[in-house]
Design a protein around this ligand. Structure first.
Ligand code: 26W
Length: 803
């Protein structure tokens, strides 16, 4: 790609300084003398956005001119984080931006730090969608992201005496300078009401409530602006702004009711990332953005003079999990009721256009809506779902087989599978397990549908952007910055693992990043840590299957071991945790409190100085990950095998030269294959062994009895050793451990603890450690989301990237 047409207009620092001054004065309307830091940030954002518009229009015109098949990525979540610095990096404007900002007497780091995260997602699924947007623009897939413009993203986490508390997130308090309001693009979205028979297979649906879906567009520039796509987020607005009649009689609440009802739909992101609450509002959110997106897709298709029945040839729609699965029935409704196709042809068009990605095998995470709720909120769709079910039973000649509607529930996973052209898992192990478990019957009926697309992460944000030291070393070593758009080039580092001088530079970068991270921990969270110790990090949503509890138990056991024999050789460690629990997930919240109590005990013990420290900075989010990941020595990927569909943090850590301690779960298996088993610390049961242990009647107590280190820690917790003598506080945790322990923490503890001691020994040989770290980074080319998107393009969407 060297020398490919970088359409982004290159401007220098002086030109950008002038552009900033202009947008501050005329777009933000502020005089430099009174401008705040946020004003300057908005001014720079506008100046950079102005540079994105031309490449944006050029890509759109090319897509039309070259009649490119469009990709539409439908997701309830886009965990974007900050946008300004990412755009500056993609457009190659860092030097110019730093010069321009300094010329205005403003601190660049403070300006970048002032941007609120767009926290429009919970975790892995949402962040993957954001990485995919960056990669689709970088490889040149003509695509739109479609989602909801939540007024409030994922809650802010704060700790009160170590207990998680939640505060509303309000990223839109300040204007969001990246988006363009498209008030002319608005669609009425109906709910409830009645259905009366129509012509042929058609029907007339008369909704009882209607809201408007109004579009807001955010340009997504790819590397060097070679292609730029659109993220279109829908905002819910009332059809009728205001009800004058009740207002005139002084009933202001009634007057405002229409807008309150409407705006509630895009008010807030549901903070659950496994167990659906099954709330009607959530179903309305799912239908709201899905219906608006399909209306917009069909409008664009028809505006190109194309017939609705030819949709599959010109568009591929990706359903990001089951959350937009109502797309199947909705597309059939539009094609039958609005465009006059008969049911079977409409379903053929829909199932040739739609594709579905599954991100979890956790039974409780698979969405099922009661037929009452679905029939009440979406009566026409309930009819169509029944029809799809009947047709599938007829088509497969297996009337007794899988039913979408079963036992008063609509199983959205089965609906998505049956309505889709291709179904994919997100790692090789996960895709295999899908075929053996949740979709075994459907896989037998449709063996061609399931394909694997192992996840990836964008090297722009997760290496080039967050690790300036590595960026410089890679650019120098590989001769240009193009590795950021072609990560396979990073493999060239492998032979340099044998080069002492190169290792020294590589390690020096890690040390700098650790110092910066330690300074940030001190400044922002009042925790002081030793930057020369091993930074051992577990950051992800809190969930029992991710086993933060096992990490906490090992930490406490290490504490006991150091206390018992202070002369023993344990690697000095800083254990860093980060992650939010769904507000309604009591056990996850208890685990957070336990980690904070263990941290307080260890950090208060002078015997631990320089030996062991624990930090749990509150409000883990994308921007915090960008500080912690470059500073990591050890990446904790310790889920119960068979439970983590893929993981993506694991890839980001290895890309930044951290070694992994992990189970053979999700993409850890493929990371092991890529870096070599001697360069990763694998432990614990395999997915098959976990199932066997359960099948043979798992007795966690026997594992506690077999390992005195584990037994001691469990007894300490029960005695209130970490909780000021309050033995009751964690009773639910210890009782679960002794009596149930569904995620087999006790069964894997000994292997985990012993592997961590092997990690200690490896840490004691820094040259060998750094050699492994270089080989980890060198093996990460395949985990770029560019590779993942090229896989979807070839094997799912049938499109050819432009770049
Ligand atoms: C309806 C409640 C709900 C919300 C979100 C989800 C997501 C599917 C959970 C999620 O984020 N899954 C993660 O997806 C990542 C991207 O593929 C994977 O890397 C993680 O392994 C998987 O846990 C499930 C249920």
């Amino acid at each position: 790609h060297d020398g490919a047409t970088d359409t982004a207009k290159q401007i220098d620092g002086e030109a950008l300084r002038v552009a900033m001054a202009h947008s501050l004065r005329y777009a933000i309307g502020k005089d430099p003398v009174t401008a705040t830091l946020s004003d300057w940030r908005l001014a720079l954002t506008r100046a950079v956005r102005d540079l994105v518009v031309d490449p944006w229009f050029a890509a759109t015109r090319r897509a039309y001119a070259e009649k490119r098949k469009r990709v539409y990525y439908l997701s309830m979540e886009f965990l974007i984080g900050r946008l300004l610095e990412d755009a500056i990096h993609n457009l190659g404007l860092e030097a110019a931006a730093r010069e321009a900002v300094a010329a205005h007497g403003v601190d660049y780091a403070a300006l970048v730090d002032d941007e609120p995260d767009a926290a429009l997602g919970n975790g892995g699924l949402g962040r993957l969608a954001a990485c995919f947007l960056d990669s689709m623009s970088t490889v040149g897939v003509a695509a739109h992201g479609y989602g909801i413009r939540y007024e409030h993203g994922l809650f802010r986490q704060r700790f009160d005496q170590g207990w998680q508390g939640e505060e509303p997130e309000d990223w839109l308090r300040q204007r969001h300078a990246w988006e363009f309001e498209r008030s002319e693009v608005a669609y009425p979205i109906g709910f409830g009401g009645e259905v009366s028979p129509g012509e042929g297979d058609g029907a007339l649906w008369t909704p009882s409530d209607t809201v408007l879906a109004a579009a807001y567009d955010t340009p997504i520039p790819g590397w060097r602006g070679r292609w730029t796509n659109t993220l279109r987020l829908w905002d819910a607005q009332p059809v009728r702004e205001f009800d004058l009649e009740p207002f005139n009689r002084g009933d202001y609440m009634a007057a405002a009711a229409p807008s309150v009802f409407a705006e509630t739909i895009s008010r807030v992101l549901y903070p659950d990332d496994t167990t659906p609450q099954g709330k009607e509002l959530r179903l309305k959110q799912e239908y709201f953005f899905t219906a608006a997106s399909l209306a917009d897709i069909l409008r664009r298709h028809r505006a190109m003079g194309l017939e609705p029945r030819s949709l599959a040839a010109h568009a591929a729609i990706q359903l990001n999990d089951t959350h937009p699965a109502i797309a199947g029935p909705e597309l059939v409704r539009l094609l039958v009721d609005d465009h006059g196709l008969d049911f079977d042809e409409a379903f053929d068009v829909a199932s040739a256009t739609l594709n579905y990605t599954n991100h979890t095998l956790m039974p409780e995470a698979l969405e099922r809506w009661s037929t009452d709720l679905m029939g009440h909120a979406l009566p026409r769709h309930m009819q169509i779902i029944e029809r799809i079910d009947t047709r599938h039973a007829r088509e497969t000649k297996r009337p007794d087989s899988v039913r979408i509607v079963d036992n008063g529930e609509v199983r959205m996973g089965d609906l998505a599978f049956i309505s889709a052209h291709r179904v994919n898992g997100v790692s090789a192990l996960h895709t295999d397990l899908m075929k053996q478990t949740v979709f075994a019957e459907l896989h037998a009926l449709h063996p061609e549908k399931i394909v694997n697309q192992t996840n990836g992460v964008t090297p722009r944000r997760w290496l080039y952007g967050c690790n300036a030291g590595m960026r410089r070393l890679l650019t120098e070593t590989l001769g240009s910055e193009e590795w950021a758009a072609d990560l396979d080039r990073i493999a060239a580092l492998a032979p340099l693992a044998e080069d002492a001088a190169f290792r020294e530079r590589f390690q020096a970068i890690k040390t700098d990043n650790k110092r910066a991270c330690a300074a940030w921990l001190e400044r922002e969270h009042g925790v002081s840590v030793d930057p020369t110790a091993m930074f051992d990090i577990q950051i992800k949503r809190i969930h029992e299957y991710k086993r933060q509890l096992m990490n906490a138990l090992e930490t406490a056991a290490l504490y006991n071991a150091i206390k018992a024999d202070p002369s023993a050789e344990f690697a000095p460690r800083v254990k860093i945790f980060g992650g939010k629990a769904a507000p309604g997930y009591a056990m996850a919240k208890l685990i957070i409190k336990l980690i904070n109590d263990i941290a307080a005990t260890i950090n208060a013990d002078p015997a631990m100085k320089g030996r062991l420290a624990v930090a749990y900075p509150a409000n883990y989010n994308v921007s915090m990950a960008e500080i912690l990941i470059p500073a990591a020595d050890l990446s904790e990927q310790i889920s119960t095998a068979g439970k983590e569909a893929s993981g993506t943090g694991n890839m980001k850590f290895a890309m930044n030269g951290a070694l992994t301690v992990g189970t053979l779960d999700g993409a850890n298996v493929e990371i092991r294959d890529a870096v070599g088993e001697e360069n990763i610390f694998i432990f614990g049961q395999t997915a098959a062994e976990v199932l066997a242990t359960r099948a043979n009647g798992y007795a966690p107590q026997s594992f506690i009895d077999a390992d005195p280190r584990l037994a001691q820690v469990v007894e300490q917790i029960e005695a209130g050793f970490f909780s000021g003598g309050d033995g009751e506080r964690f009773r639910a945790v210890t009782e679960n451990l002794r009596g149930h322990d569904w995620f087999q923490v006790c069964a894997d503890f000994t292997s985990y603890y012993d592997r961590q001691r092997v990690v200690d020994d490896a840490w004691a040989k820094p040259e060998e450690w750094t050699r492994k770290a270089v080989l980890n980074a060198a093996g990460m080319g395949v985990f770029s989301s560019d590779r993942t998107i090229r896989g979807y393009a070839a094997e799912v969407w049938g499109v050819t990237p432009a770049c």
